[in-house]
Design a protein around this ligand. Structure first.
Ligand code: DUC
Ligand code: ZN
Ligand code: ZN
Ligand code: ZN
Length: 485
C-alpha cells in the first residue's frame, strides 16, 4: 500500500513502549505502524523521537477570569503557542459567571474556538451559578452531548461554590457521567490572611504566596475528597502544589476513593522565591496556588512517579505585564488586585522533556503518559487522542532530542510578552507538529489556519464512573430504606 504520509526511521513512543519504526498516516489518522512502510510523502525522522501530540487538559483561553479580567490570549494565539510547544489538543473552560445560562456560555465559547483554534479542543463546564436551570436542564444536556468534565471553585468571591452547591453539582455529574475538577483551596483562610497582610502594608507580590497558606490546600483537598466519598463521585484535584496535598491524595486513593490529581510546571520548577523581586516584577510569577519550596517540588515528582498524581497540565492563564493584565488595577496595586496566572502552553512539554528525558529524571514513556496519554484517557479523549496507535488521530510531535533552546521573554508564540521560565536552558524541542495529519508547525513556521481545530465531544470514560462503593447513608438497606440517589 502507498500511504498519504510515512514518518520514517524515528524512535516511536506507542503504548507498547519505545522502538524504531515507521508511522503511516492516511486520511488524518494513523493507518499502520511497522517497518518499511511506503508513502507518497515521507518525513525522515532519523535521530528523532516520534511522540503523540500533547494534551493540555487545563488552560484558560479567551476567557473572563474569576476576577473578571479577560485573558491575553485568544483561541488563535493560545493554540498557536500550544502547537509550537508540541501540544495538539487543549481543554479550556466554558466559564459561567453568575447570571449566565450555561448552555449560552458553551455556545459562546464554541463560537470563539470554532473561529480561532488551530489545535483540537474540548471544554470543561465551569459552574459558578448552580441554579435549577443549570442543574436540571443545561448541565445534564451538555454532559450527554459530550462535555464530560466540570470545573468548580472553592475560592474566589465571584465564582466559588458553597459546600452544598458542590454536592449538587457532583450529584448531577454522577447521574449523567462526568468528571468534577476543582480548584480546591480554603476560601476563608486566604481572604483572612490577605486582608491582614494588606492592612499591615505587606502589599508586594511576594506576599501573595504568604496569603495562600499551604494548609488551605490540605483542608480543601480533604473536604472535597470526603464529598467524593459520600457520593461515590470521581474528582480531579487541579494544580497540586504541596507535599502534604500529594500525601492527602495518596491516602484517599489508598482508601479506595476515586480521586485523580494534576500538577503543573510552575510547581515543579518554581518556588516562592521567584515572586520575591524588586517592585511589581514578582507579579509575573503570581499564580494560585503559589509556587512553594524545592522539597515540595521533590514530593510532587515523587507523586507523579508513584501514580498518586497522573497528569501534568499547564494551567496557562495569560495576562500581559501591563494595564491590560497584571497592572489592570493601576501602576501601584497591592497583590490582591493583581490577576493570578502564568503562560505555559508552549513551555509545558519542553520543560518536562528536558527534566524527565534529557536530564534523566524519568523516562520517555512516563513523559508521554503524564502529558498526553493519561489526560486523554481520564478526560474521555481516548482512543482518538493521546497515543500513537492504529486508528488514532494522527496528532504527532517529532522531537529533536538534541536541540538546545534557551528560553527568553520574547521567544514564545502566545500574546503575553514575558516567559516566567526565561533564562532556562532546555535540551529537546518539538520540530514538526501534525494535527490529524496536517502540518501545524515545521521549520520554525506555523502552517495551520485559525479555525482548523475541531471540538472533541467525549464519551464517559472509565475514570468518570463511580466505583459502586456507596457510603452507608446512601444504601437503602442500611438507612431505613431512604432513596437518596
Ligand atoms: N489560578 C487560578 O485559579 N486560575 C488561573 C490561574 C491561577 O493562577
Ligand atoms: Zn513507495
Ligand atoms: Zn485554579
Ligand atoms: Zn486554572
Amino acid at each position: 500500500a502507498e500511504y498519504d504520509l510515512v514518518i520514517q526511521g524515528g524512535r516511536v513512543a506507542t503504548t507498547e513502549g519505545v522502538s524504531m519504526m515507521d508511522v503511516a498516516l492516511q486520511g488524518g489518522v494513523i493507518a499502520a505502524l511497522g517497518r518499511d512502510l511506503h508513502g507518497s510523502r515521507i518525513i525522515d525522522a532519523t535521530g528523532k523521537f516520534v511522540l503523540p501530540g500533547g494534551v493540555d487538559a487545563h488552560c484558560h483561553i479567551e476567557q473572563l477570569s474569576g476576577g473578571g479580567l479577560m485573558n491575553a490570549d485568544t483561541f488563535a494565539t493560545a493554540t498557536r503557542s500550544a502547537a509550537f510547544g508540541g501540544t495538539t489538543t487543549v481543554i479550556s473552560f466554558a466559564a459561567q459567571h453568575r447570571g449566565d445560562r450555561l448552555h449560552e456560555v458553551v455556545e459562546n465559547y464554541s463560537r470563539l474556538a470554532e473561529a480561532g483554534a488551530m489545535t483540537d479542543y474540548a471544554f470543561h463546564l465551569w459552574i459558578s451559578d448552580p441554579t435549577s436551570e443549570t442543574l436540571e436542564q443545561d448541565l445534564p444536556r451538555l454532559i450527554e452531548t459530550g462535555h464530560r468534565s466540570i470545573k468548580i471553585f472553592m475560592t474566589y468571591d465571584r465564582v466559588r461554590l458553597l459546600d452544598e452547591q458542590i454536592l449538587d453539582v457532583m450529584m448531577v455529574a454522577r447521574e449523567h457521567g462526568a468528571l468534577v475538577c476543582a480548584h480546591a483551596e480554603n476560601h476563608g483562610m486566604i481572604k483572612w490572611m490577605a486582608d491582614r497582610l494588606v492592612s499591615r502594608g505587606y502589599v508586594e507580590p511576594k506576599f501573595h504566596g504568604v496569603s495562600h497558606p499551604r494548609v488551605c490546600e490540605i483542608e480543601a483537598f480533604e473536604r472535597l475528597i470526603r464529598f467524593s466519598q459520600l457520593l461515590d463521585q470521581p474528582i480531579m484535584l487541579f494544580h497540586v502544589s504541596t507535599a502534604e496535598g500529594a500525601s492527602v491524595i495518596r491516602r484517599a486513593r489508598g482508601e479506595g476513593i476515586k480521586v485523580f490529581a494534576e500538577t503543573c510546571p510552575q510547581y515543579l520548577f518554581l518556588t516562592a522565591h521567584d515572586l520575591d523581586r524588586q517592585g511589581l516584577e514578582g507579579a509575573k510569577w503570581m499564580c494560585s496556588p503559589p509556587p512553594r519550596t524545592t522539597s515540595d517540588q521533590e514530593a510532587l515528582w515523587r507523586g507523579l512517579d508513584l501514580g498518586d498524581l497522573q497528569v501534568v497540565s499547564s494551567d496557562h492563564a495569560p495576562y500581559r505585564f501591563d494595564g491590560s493584565g497584571k497592572l489592570a488595577a493601576g501602576s501601584n496595586p497591592d497583590f490582591k488586585q493583581i490577576a493570578n496566572g502564568l503562560p505555559g502552553l508552549e513551555t509545558r512539554l519542553p520543560l518536562l522533556f528536558d527534566a524527565m528525558v534529557s536530564q534523566g529524571r524519568s523516562s520517555l514513556e512516563k513523559f508521554v503518559e503524564l502529558t498526553a496519554t493519561a489526560p486523554a484517557r481520564i478526560y474521555g479523549l481516548h482512543p482518538r487522542k493521546g497515543a500513537i496507535a492504529v486508528g488514532a488521530d494522527a496528532d504527532i510531535a517529532i522531537w529533536d532530542p538534541d536541540r538546545e533552546v534557551t528560553l527568553a521573554d520574547d521567544g514564545l508564540h502566545d500574546n503575553v510578552g514575558y516567559n516566567p521560565f526565561a533564562g532556562r536552558k532546555l535540551k529537546g524541542w518539538p520540530e514538526t507538529v501534525l494535527r490529524r495529519g496536517e502540518t501545524l508547525v515545521s521549520d520554525g513556521r506555523l502552517h495551520a489556519s485559525p479555525g482548523s481545530g475541531r471540538l472533541q465531544l467525549r464519551e464517559c470514560s472509565a475514570s468518570m464512573r463511580p466505583t459502586g462503593k456507596l457510603s452507608p447513608e446512601f444504601d437503602p438497606a442500611t438507612n431505613f430504606g431512604a432513596q437518596l440517589l
